[in-house]
Design a protein around this ligand. Sequence first.
Ligand SMILES: Cc1cc2nc3c(=O)[nH]c(=O)nc-3n(C[C@H](O)[C@H](O)[C@H](O)COP(=O)(O)OP(=O)(O)OC[C@H]3O[C@@H](n4cnc5c(N)ncnc54)[C@H](O)[C@@H]3O)c2cc1C
Length: 364
Amino acid sequence: MPRSKVWDVIICGAGIGGAIAAEVLAAKGFTTLLLEKHTIPRYKVCGGAVSQEFVDRFKLPDDIIARHVEYLVLHHIDHQVFEKKGRGACIWRANLDAFFTKNAVTAGATLKENSQVIAAHLDDDTYHVHTPNNRFRARTLIAADGVSSTILRCFGWNRFTSDDVAHTITHEIELGETTIARRFGDQHLHLYFGHRVSQMGYGWVFPKRKTVSVGWGCRLSLIRNITKSFTSFLDLLSEELEGGKLVRKAAHLIPAALRRRFGVGGLLAVGDAAGLVDPISGKGITYAATSGRLAAKVMIQALETETIPDAAAVYQSLLEKSLLNGLKSKKTIQTDIYRTEENIHRFLQLWLDNRATVIASSLW
Ligand SMILES: Cc1cc2nc3c(=O)[nH]c(=O)nc-3n(C[C@H](O)[C@H](O)[C@H](O)COP(=O)(O)OP(=O)(O)OC[C@H]3O[C@@H](n4cnc5c(N)ncnc54)[C@H](O)[C@@H]3O)c2cc1C
């Protein structure tokens, strides 16, 4: 049997991190294989909220934006409601991820859908990656396969512990455009805080066009009865959601802690697989995009200069310079913010006029 070709890089997962990494590598002429277990576009549970900075940076076309956003409404369930200016957009992840994946394919990446990676190992400086029907080989490997990363588990990395992930539940509820505008505002994201909602996390209503994503999250180790907690959050919104049609339910984990390392040799982890998520807000789209780009740049240099064994160390130092300080300081204050209702209230007050990174690094 002829041996399969050796790709410059295999990327597992065509989410934000994987698709962006694939585009950057393929555009530089490296043979890039993007393996995705689903068919693109696929539903991905997510609030889909991104900043205007993200919209501009990636030149997102208007037709994939479900709703432009101007305000963040921060509800403390037993105290005040704060309204904060915050320009951005809400996007269905199916559309956003398909946009980035199409860019990767246009740049020259090979996309293989319905290709769930089930095993991977390193042998003789070559990465071997198996799907149920195929075996692939590559000089380098990027784990972009999300919070439960199969790739990283194949290389002996642990799963995130129940202290290090938030469990979320989402209901996609169709209400109609005018009802959404009347009940939630035309350009508003709503976040609901307080221990009656979540011990360490929050609930949210993120409007798309005709549908709202109603979600709830809490640190997994603190959840006693998930159905009861989510139902009582929905009860708080019973008037606003009245007459809505439930079109989809989904549960998913969000990492709330960084990995201790972000790669080994020529294997790099990006996005949720690496734990690169804001531990306070749970936002991870920007971090996945930034780490995807960074990992691709590191791989390009490593492939060009034949320094693949050094890739993980270079990537780690670039992450330190760009993302890690902010995420680490947010992690430091996360537990304290949610310790008392007063602390939550104080955080929301500070958040009105300050970025969370500034609160974490100097104001808390
Ligand atoms: C309920 C919820 C709401 C959220 N809301 C927001 C928000 O509003 N704003 C924000 O910024 N962030 C939000 N996040 C976080 C955000 O969704 C993630 O941080 C982001 O999706 C990470 O992107 P990623 O590319 O690392 O991984 P993912 O988006 O998880 O993509 C991983 C990809 O890998 C594929 N895959 C997985 N395993 C395999 C395998 N074995 N073989 C092949 N392919 C595989 C998956 O199908 C998927 O396409 C939310 C998360 C959740 C759960």
